[in-house]
Design a binder for this molecule. Structure first.
Ligand code: NDP
Length: 453
């Protein structure tokens, strides 16, 4: 790290104590941005980076709700409005017990770069709560969502801040949140994305993050004259992103062999085919069960429980060609990255946000594999949210084929931006620099144009 980068990180650490995930996300871009700040010192004197690490606004609020037995619970709600230089704040809501200010600030910070890469006019934000929808009845989830929106509604709007889903927030939660927003504001508008198809949602939005991540991996492989056909793929998670990653991999002739949840993972060397994926979708989206049931249903698979004390995750220690981490942050550490490289992996495309630790990333970069950071590879979700906003403004829905084609083009363009920018800054093939710098430049230039705000 350069002296400038070191002193900048010391400054950010002193202002954000106890926020390890946020500091990790900042450090990841600072290493790349040194290349830009050295070449264009005007960004340094305008303190662009110092402004970008400071959220424009942080909203924290109490979310009280009553369970089915009449007991009162109190959760904490958040919305981080990080940067609006190129458009209204845009980014998902996460409902998970691990949610903290640090995690949401890291996600909001990454979102700024990601949204810029899509080339759509969207600023960056993120929000959520430490509420756990798992094990709650639909009525409890509804009461929680209504209470959450009863505060959030005054801070968001179609031209101000447009939230979407993330971990723990799917179609059911978006429905309850939208219903309460509409009731409080007395207006039907595109204030949330990921809506149901018959009330303003876009075709392909549920599929977009997973599909987009696979399209990005296909673009990377094409630079080496290869395709996904016949490739064995490791996928983690079994939620929205993982499911549609597996669906697109199957469509393109690849062989996905793993899936996981927060209790363990399954390994199915025979491959997860359409029928098995349908089982997973029903298990996870309807019955809300555990992935262990997959191995009870399909004899070709084995189930391994998650061991929190292990120094490596065995999911990443199988022979395969490609890896699609699609569960959560920091799920690939240095040892896992070494195992991936040892097992002959040639592609890692991150469906999740920041799933690889900083030293894990370094292992993948040193091995010169095709490594795509989440802010590039998983940008298809928010890009399609941007397309949902456009359709809402026009009050005209596009066909499935039209949205999918736009998604494919956006992923192709993001890939091209990453490749071109990495080349321009003297680090060809480095998608980390490509994504960080490519995302930064557009936001930085807009901030320069708009003065010190
Ligand atoms: P879901 O809630 O649909 O699924 C999350 C999956 O990851 C579940 O299988 C869950 O297991 C598992 N998981 C969550 N937390 C942990 C944990 N701490 N340890 C182990 N497993 C865990 O979320 P999504 O699929 O939407 O999101 C997955 C990732 O993709 C996140 O990093 C998210 O930020 C990112 N992302 C999502 C986008 C979207 O459009 N949805 C867009 C861009 C990025 P369990 O069922 O046991 O909870």
């Amino acid at each position: 790290m350069s002296d400038h980068a070191k002193s900048f990180m010391a400054y950010v650490k002193s202002r954000n104590p106890g926020e390890p995930e946020f500091l990790q996300a900042v450090q990841e871009v600072v290493d790349s941005l040194t290349l830009v700040l050295d070449r264009y010192p005007e960004y340094r004197s305008a303190k662009i980076l110092e402004r970008m690490v400071e959220p424009e606004r942080v909203i924290m609020f109490r979310v009280p709700w009553v369970d089915d037995q009449g007991h009162v619970h109190v959760n904490r709600g958040y919305r981080i409005e990080m940067n609006s230089a190129i458009g209204p704040y845009k980014g998902g809501l996460r409902f998970h017990p691990s949610v903290t200010l640090s995690i949401l600030k890291f996600l909001a910070f990454e979102q700024v770069f990601k949204n810029s890469l899509t080339s759509l006019p969207m600023g960056g934000g993120k929000g959520g709560s430490d509420f756990d929808p798992k094990g709650k009845s639909d009525n409890e989830v509804m009461r929680f969502c209504q209470s959450f929106m009863s505060e959030l509604f005054r801070h968001i709007g179609p031209d101000t801040d447009v939230p979407a889903g993330d971990i723990g927030v799917g179609g059911r939660e978006i429905g309850y949140l939208f219903g309460q927003y509409k009731r409080l504001r007395n207006e039907f508008t595109g204030v949330l994305t990921g809506k149901g198809l018959n009330w303003g949602g876009s075709l392909i939005r549920p599929e977009a993050t997973g599909y987009g991540c696979v399209y990005f991996a296909a673009e990377m492989l094409a630079t080496r004259g290869q395709t996904l056909a016949g490739k064995t793929c490791l996928v983690s998670g079994s939620g929205n992103v993982a499911q549609y990653t597996v669906e697109k991999l199957i469509q393109l002739g690849a062989k996905p062999v793993t899936l996981s949840d927060s209790t363990g993972y399954i390994y199915d060397p025979a491959g997860i085919d359409r029928k098995k994926l349908d089982f997973v979708m029903e298990l996870k989206n309807v019955r809300r069960g555990r992935i262990a049931e997959y191995a009870e249903e399909f004899r070709s698979a084995t189930y391994t429980p998650l061991d929190l004390n292990a120094d490596a995750n065995p999911l990443w220690n199988h022979k395969a060609d490609c890896a699609f981490p699609s569960a959560t942050q920091n799920e690939i550490n240095r040892k896992d990255a070494e195992n991936l490289v040892k097992n002959g992996i040639t592609v890692v495309a991150e469906g999740a946000n920041m799933p690889t630790t900083i030293d894990g990333v370094q292992v993948l970069l040193d091995a010169r594999i095709l490594y795509a950071p989440g802010k590039a590879a998983n940008a298809g979700g928010v890009a399609t949210s941007g397309l949902e906003m456009a359709q809402n403004s026009m009050r005209l829905p596009w066909t499935r084929e039209e949205v999918d084609e736009r998604l494919r083009l956006i992923m192709k363009n993001i890939h091209k931006t990453c490749v071109d920018v990495a080349e321009r800054f003297g680090t060809p093939g480095n998608y980390v620099h490509g994504a960080n710098i490519g995302g930064f430049l557009k936001v930085a230039d807009a901030m320069m144009d708009q003065g010190v705000v």
